[in-house]
Design a protein around this ligand. Structure first.
Ligand SMILES: O=c1ccn([C@@H]2O[C@H](COP(=O)(O)O)[C@@H](O)[C@H]2O)c(=O)[nH]1
Length: 638
């Protein structure tokens, strides 16, 4: 763990469902780590780093060697974008790849983030693929080779291998979902087309396969791609066990297709080490009798990535846990962080701001901070005319914690390199509807949230202090229900029928906040028994009005009038409640295609040539760090 990481907090743990002996295989799975190989330095629950993961895997490998089972490691992509350790270096990834390659991984694939920019995929191809020569698999990904210029497989299409101890014969694929946002130096072939190819059809018919392993940067649930792969394998082999390792949606999940086909998804950002075990498999060394052949048993666990959990599950302690290699890697990470000054602060956040752990809008919502402060302050200074500034919420990746906001924080919250562009003088009537088009789903209803929650509790209006504002969802830090002591609800709302709803506001819940996962095997998958955290859906895009606030029905200001004022004084700032006739429509480049499409639907055709750069190419990372520097002094600097 990094020296500045908080020590893990002890909490009740479930036991690792390890499978031992012949015919048994155990897996550790990481996905969507997004550069967090240094662990979480502000969350004790996820504070172990990649060096600790190396030590942990070492102990579990030893356990497998001792009991005759096997341990395999899987990583399903999106290792980049989202943490200073990866993003703050030039070129990006200068320190991460050397750290990452020290873990022995048996099957590894690419995610979509390795492919957004041509230089990221080239680095992946030139460095990571050779580092994992025997285990990198790219079933549906090609690259125009930087050397030959020819289209070549990114890595081998599949891999067949036999496990060391148990002799289980595995045939492994490595897929990416049907991704279209890649730079034009790579080609992602759709899963639909890939499974028709001869190599795939031959592979799924290979003899002597005890287990099909599908690693993919593909969600395990509600994914046409995963279902197609499952069906294709089953069409060829009706009975061979299948295991999926998925990713992309950043959630913990475990899905059952049928009793011999399960899939695991292991969260995000190095918060989770996914664990899956299967026993009762056949192998080259072991023929199963009729009863056992029918019943491989699959089990899973989501391990919180902290030393309390890792010591417990590996039967070690503070002194017996770290291996030489693990310690070296932790030191390498520490040195790289120092070299890049990742702990240097731009300012200090006065409170926590949540991306998904608070509803939007709310006082502690990061997106509210963005659309009510960061964007208005930044663009009011930079733009002269009434404008609407739109950003995708996906440009924001993580929460802000109270305290120092560092160079590292800027990349945690927004690592992307795209800037902002503008379309000048768009009729207000159309521009003001673009946001709605981009967020084409309606507002989430209270009823929907009730349906999602577990054991929502209803109270009568009179029973609550403080009194609630009108119908809708609200954030209140503490409420008192008559006859109980005060406690903190995670969601509170008033429905049409005047009842008050407190979702999961149970005062007897376990103390440590974290994931409580419900999947196809039940709700006992998390290794740590947590106090449940509520996550909220947020809109796709948010917007800020600049130099105007159209809250009342005052008339549109004529363009001539605005022009005149513009010539006279430079900046045009319309009086409260006045609507402009036209606005400059400014947006994050990532959503450009959607903005142009929305305008087209609204009857205004603009091509890319009608757009121009604003803020001299500053990215969201620059905007946020600049705003923090100007607005959030640390104690002692005020
Ligand atoms: O340049 C970029 C690239 C991506 N985004 C946002 O990220 C998501 C995809 O991230 P996943 O981790 O794969 O879900 C994409 O939908 C965008 O919202 C971006 O803003 N800019």
């Amino acid at each position: 763990e990094q020296p500045s990481a908080p020590s893990p907090i002890s909490a009740p743990l479930r036991e690792l469902p390890w499978s031992k002996g012949r015919g048994s295989i155990n897996f550790l799975h990481t996905t969507d780590t997004h550069g967090w190989h240094g662990g979480h330095l502000k969350e004790a629950q996820y504070s172990a780093d990649w060096g600790d993961y190396i030590s942990f895997a070492h102990h579990l490998r030893q356990r497998a060697d001792e009991d005759g089972s096997d341990l395999l490691l899987i990583d399903t992509g999106d290792r980049v974008d989202g943490n200073g350790l990866y993003d703050a270096s030039d070129p990006k990834g200068k320190y991460t790849f050397d750290v990452f390659k020290e873990q022995k991984i048996d099957v590894i694939t690419s995610g979509n983030h390795e492919l957004y920019l041509a230089n990221s995929s080239i680095r992946e191809y030139d460095e990571v693929v050779p580092d994992f020569r025997d285990s990198y698999i790219a079933s549906n990904l090609d690259i125009y080779s930087p050397k030959s210029g020819k289209l070549e497989p990114f890595a081998p299409r599949y891999r067949k291998f036999t496990t060391k101890n148990s002799g289980i014969r595995i045939l492994a694929f490595g897929f990416l979902f049907n991704f279209h946002g890649n730079a034009n130096n790579t080609v992602v072939q759709s899963v639909q087309e890939t499974i028709k190819e001869k190599w795939f059809q031959d592979a799924i018919r290979e003899k002597d396969v005890d287990l099909f392993l599908v690693a993919g940067h593909v969600p395990v649930r509600d994914s046409e791609e995963s279902d197609l792969i499952y069906k294709a394998i089953r069409n060829a082999k009706w009975d061979t066990p299948i295991v999926f390792f998925g990713g992309h949606t950043h959630i913990r999940d475990y899905r059952k297709w049928e009793k011999k086909a399960w899939g695991l998804e292991s969260g995000r950002y190095m918060e989770t080490l996914g664990f899956l075990s299967i026993n009762g498999l056949s192998s080259g060394k072991r023929r199963l009798d009729a009863t056992t052949a029918k019943s491989p048993v699959y089990r899973r666990m989501y391990i919180d990535n902290n030393l309390f959990s890792l010591h417990h599950h590996s039967g070690t302690n503070h002194s017996s846990f770290p291996t030489e290699m693990g310690k070296n890697v932790s030191e390498k990470i520490e040195k790289a962080r120092k070299k890049m000054n990742l702990d240097e602060a731009f300012g200090c956040a006065p409170q926590d701001y949540w991306l998904n752990r608070a509803p939007y809008p709310a006082n502690d919502s990061f997106l509210s901070l963005l659309d009510t402060h960061i964007l208005p302050d930044t663009f009011t200074a930079a733009l002269q005319k009434p404008s609407i500034v739109i950003s995708n919420s996906g440009a924001i990746r993580f929460d802000i914690f109270k305290g120092p906001f560092t160079i590292d924080s800027t990349f945690l919250v927004s690592p992307f390199t795209s800037g902002f562009r503008a379309i000048r003088n768009v009729p207000y009537g159309a521009a003001s509807q673009v946001l709605q088009y981009l967020n084409n789903q309606g507002q989430i209803l209270l009823e929907d949230l009730v349906a999602l929650s577990v054991d929502p509790t209803m109270y009568k209006l009179d029973d609550l202090t403080p009194p609630l504002p009108p119908v809708g969802l609200h954030t209140l830090e503490r409420v008192t229900v008559a006859g109980h002591k005060a406690f903190a609800p995670r969601l509170i709302g008033r429905s049409e029928s005047e009842q008050i709803l407190l979702v999961n506001g149970d005062k007897d819940a376990p103390a440590l906040p974290g994931y409580t996962t419900r999947d196809d095997a039940g709700s006992d998958g998390d290794d740590t028994i947590h106090q449940e955290i509520q996550f909220y859906d947020v809109p796709n895009c948010i917007a800020a009005n600049i130099h105007f606030s159209p809250s009342s029905n005052k008339p549109l200001v004529s363009e001539e009038h605005a022009e005149l004022r513009s010539r006279q004084g430079g900046t045009v700032h319309l009086a409260e409640g006045t609507k402009p006739e036209t606005v400059d429509l400014v947006y994050n480049v990532f959503v450009q295609d959607w903005v142009l499409l929305a305008l087209q639907y609204l009857g205004h055709d603009y091509g890319k040539e009608a757009t121009e750069e604003v803020l001299e190419g500053q990215t969201m990372t620059d905007i946020i760090s600049g705003w923090v520097r100007d607005n959030w002094a640390c104690e002692g600097e005020k």
